[in-house]
Design a protein around this ligand. Structure first.
Ligand code: GLA
Length: 400
């Protein structure tokens, strides 16, 4: 008997050692990053979805002001991120990248100081290529160490790193160079890979970046938003604290979707542990939009310390159930109706959401902000309107 147990113990040990070795082989970059950031998905704002190339220092400062005055900062939105078009077309004679003299006359360091004085963090953008995507600002390929050093010296807190003009060099070669450069620069900078999900990025980006785009660019339309989330869903198992799947930034408030569709957008992004990067003009935000991106209960799902990406667990035509685990022992559930015309009744069974069949739960509706009367056992059913969703937390009752 003793012999059998010893053999079993040795076997178990061998298997676990082997799996560690396997993981190393599958992802050779897994220990590169180690910046301690992104333990929950990043929250903030980015200029691209709403402003494209029409950015300047006044806009960014006013946005920082608005993030504070609207209360969004208090809810966790802390990064104020410049996207493409912030830089001069040419590097300085020393080879450094520099802020556009016309649109950012005070320089990026002064902007970082301003944003920091508001208690927020400043993000910047570059490309793992020769030029950036839109107006062809200088990219960082071949200049990774210079640029990381420049960004750190300005007090940058977040880098979005795009994929244009990349000379067809393998992303697994290009992106880790910036990881090392940022590390060497010595400032903790959240590193957001924007490789568009082209080379199975989710399978190797943990340890390279704090998040990685899994899809092409979002457009402010239902089909784009929902299609991107489907694509992102396939990578769910790779997300974890420190490294998240990124289905692109939020379009909530930009006007291309209905109120219900934006609720679906925000709910799914929260459940999928996506970075919550606001993409609208927060200076003129309406109460309706603020109530979506400012829903504390939904934000709490996104920021749950367990850090497990929820996923699609049931599909019946246009009716779907998405679910995932939360800390400690609760489940988040979205009942989603993708039909554009009809309301429907949707049922999530405990089998779908991963609860033992006889468990009784307290049900909290995260959009109505109310706890349902009576408990549920075995399943949960609700009527859901077209292009709409309902979002709940199921909290198991002790002893069931
Ligand atoms: C790419 C990125 C976008 C945005 C633009 C800027 O398309 O995927 O998110 O940064 O570049 O040019």
């Amino acid at each position: 008997m003793e012999k059998v147990l010893t053999t079993l113990a040795i076997l178990l040990c061998l298997i676990s050692c082997l799996s560690v070795e396997c993981r190393k082989m599958i992802n050779p970059h897994r220990n590169l990053l180690a910046n301690g950031l992104g333990l929950t998905p990043a929250m903030g704002w980015n200029s691209w979805n709403r402003f494209g190339c029409n950015i300047n220092e006044t806009l960014i400062k006013e946005t920082a002001d608005a993030i504070v005055s609207t209360g969004l900062a208090e809810l966790g939105y802390q990064y104020v991120n410049l996207d493409d078009c912030w830089a001069e077309y040419n590097r300085t004679p020393k080879g450094e990248v520099v802020g556009n003299y016309k649109t950012f006359p005070s320089g990026i360091k002064a902007l970082a100081d301003y944003v920091h004085s508001k208690g927020l963090k400043l993000g910047i953008y570059s490309s793992a290529g020769d030029r950036t995507c839109s107006t062809g600002m200088p990219g960082s390929l071949g200049y990774e160490y210079v640029d990381a050093q420049t960004f750190a010296s300005w007090g940058i807190d977040y880098l979005k790193y795009d994929n244009c003009y990349n000379r067809n060099i393998d992303p697994q070669v290009r992106y880790p160079v910036m990881t090392k450069a940022l590390r060497q620069a010595g400032r903790p900078i959240y590193y957001s890979l924007c490789e568009w999900g082209q080379s199975n990025v989710a399978t190797w980006a943990a340890g390279v970046g704090n998040s990685w785009r899994t899809t092409g660019d979002i457009v402010d339309k239902w089909d784009s938003m929902i299609g991107i989330m489907d694509q992102n869903d396939g990578n769910a198992r790779y997300a974890k604290p420190g490294g998240w799947n990124d289905p692109d930034m939020l379009e909530v408030g930009n006007g291309g979707m209905t109120h219900d569709e934006y609720i679906v957008h925000f709910s799914l992004w929260a459940l999928a542990k996506a970075p919550l990067i606001i993409g609208c003009d927060v200076r003129t935000i309406t109460k309706e939009v603020k109530d979506i991106i400012g829903n504390e209960e939904v934000i709490a799902v996104n920021q749950d310390p367990l850090g497990v990406q929820g996923k699609k667990v049931m599909k019946d035509g246009n009716l779907e159930v998405w679910a995932g685990p939360l800390c400690p022992g609760s489940k988040v559930v979205i009942l989603l109706n993708r039909d554009s015309q009809e309301s429907s009744s949707i049922t999530a069974t405990w089998e779908d959401v991963g609860l033992p069949r006889h468990t009784s739960v307290e049900v909290r509706d995260l959009w109505k902000h109310e706890t349902l009367k009576g408990n549920s056992t075995g399943s949960l059913t609700a009527t859901v309107g077209p292009h709409s969703c309902k979002m709940f937390i199921l909290k198991p009752l002790v002893g069931t």
